[in-house]
Design a binder for this molecule. Structure first.
Ligand SMILES: [Zn+2]
Ligand SMILES: [Zn+2]
Length: 341
């Protein structure tokens, strides 16, 4: 394996998705070059390509991947302090935070004042290889990197997005016993949240109307077509007005409602009677993205689950056919469509 000097990436330019090859300048100190072994198309990649989300010209797409280190400093370590060497399998976060601004210092690194995100920045600017639907990704200081557990790429590929977001949601629910939790939306995040909660001994009711999605949610989760009232907590990850209304309605007195599904401003409108929240003393928490501790918690959970981790990847396309992968993802053929360089 030698240090990469070029990279090929799925790029959104002038509104069109295409594969571009670029020169990769020499790596700076602290940066880690990774040969991607598997990447996945996430729902927010679809939002970017469809124009529902603003994108820089030349956006390098993709923020869910797993790979092997192609080149790193001799003293490179991961987020747990383990040495990182060429050839090591790694998972890594999508967020670059400074670690020192007021938000980073107050537990909100995902809202860092100088935040950058993989999959949402231009390949024309350093570090260039900033999209994970690519053969090479360059990790800059500020990205959380972890040695990958001995679990198949297909089960690890969402470790940068859906898994840590689910871990952040579970953390927001708190440590208090959560007897019965309603989860609205059986996409990848909802599936991970439901299974993480099941592993904590929580009873999970999943509201998901797409029968194809219900097939992948896993054992022990009760699929329902409406949430009963008086739940201890509810989680909204469907991104719909109906789903948000259902989550607010079903949460019992003193309960916690986590809203994480709606990320496009103006996409969804909901009429709320504030007295619903006031009289039931609800705690409503918005969760968007995650902190390094959530990535570590998510990977720890995936490691414990091992081969029993949720299978979210359907068809895997070669990188050369990435546009077909986006088409398959847009048809919701599976929770994730894989892309292999
Ligand atoms: Zn994502
Ligand atoms: Zn910061």
């Amino acid at each position: 394996m030698k240090a990469p000097t070029t990279f090929t990436a799925a790029v959104l330019r002038d509104g069109a998705l295409r594969l571009e090859q670029h020169v990769l300048p020499p790596r700076s100190q602290g940066e880690i070059d990774v040969d991607v072994t598997l990447a996945a198309v996430c729902g927010s990649d679809l939002h970017t390509v469809s124009g529902r989300r603003a994108a820089d010209p030349g956006t390098g797409l993709g923020h869910e991947a797993v790979g092997r280190i192609a080149e790193a400093d001799d003293d490179a370590i991961d987020a747990r302090g383990a040495a990182l060497r060429r050839g090591d399998r790694v998972v890594f976060g999508m967020i670059v935070s400074c670690g020192s601004c007021d938000r980073c210092s107050s537990g909100l690194p995902m809202k860092c004042r100088t935040l950058r995100k993989y999959g949402h920045a231009s390949v024309d600017e350093p570090p260039h290889a900033i999209g994970m639907l690519a053969d090479v990704v360059r990790l800059v200081p500020g990205v959380t990197v972890l040695r990958a557990p001995d679990v198949a790429d297909e089960l690890l590929v969402s470790a940068a997005c859906a898994v840590p977001t689910a871990a952040a949601i579970v953390r927001a629910l708190g440590d208090a016993p959560q007897g019965r939790v309603g989860v609205v939306g059986g996409g990848a995040v909802g599936t991970y949240v439901a299974q993480m909660l099941i592993d904590r001994g929580t009873e999970v009711l999943l509201l998901e109307r797409d029968p194809a999605r219900l097939r992948s949610v896993g054992d022990g989760i009760l699929a329902v077509d409406r949430l009963p009232p008086d739940l201890d907590a509810t989680v909204e990850v469907s991104g719909s007005a109906d789903g948000t209304a259902a989550a607010l309605r079903a949460c019992g007195v003193g309960g916690t409602v986590v809203l994480a599904g709606t990320v496009s401003p103006g996409a969804v409108h909901l009429e709320v009677d504030p007295s619903d929240i006031v009289l039931r003393r609800l705690r409503v928490i918005g969760i968007h993205n995650y902190a390094p501790e959530d990535l570590i918690a998510g990977v720890t959970w995936l490691t414990a689950r091992g081969r029993r981790a949720p299978e979210v990847v359907g068809t895997v396309f070669p990188l050369a056919r990435v546009t077909e992968a986006f088409d398959a993802a847009a048809r919701h053929e599976a929770l994730r469509i894989g892309v292999r360089p």
